[in-house]
Design a protein. Sequence first.
Length: 105
Amino acid sequence: MMNEPPGSELSEPVEPVEPAAPQMMRLLPWRSPDDRPCFLLTDESGGPVSDLADSIEEMQLDIGEELLRHARAMHADPKVPDREFRYLSRRLAEALGDALRVARN
């Protein structure tokens, strides 16, 4: 072994390395404190932040469905005050915005 060239210990067979999974940018369902979009660089294996984002998106969609049921009930009642319709309209617009963020990404 004394006569072997330097670095010969590295000539042992090397196991092939699988290429890294492709990464993607995921738009997160929340915004930064300065109201900018937040992104996560991730692969398809997920992780704790990705799981949290999935949970929040699911809650946002559930809220949208609940608001839609409420809106349909309000439309059936002719005695609902205009201010309640305006409030519901704002909440529906928020829910639609959340749903569109989820659907487009």
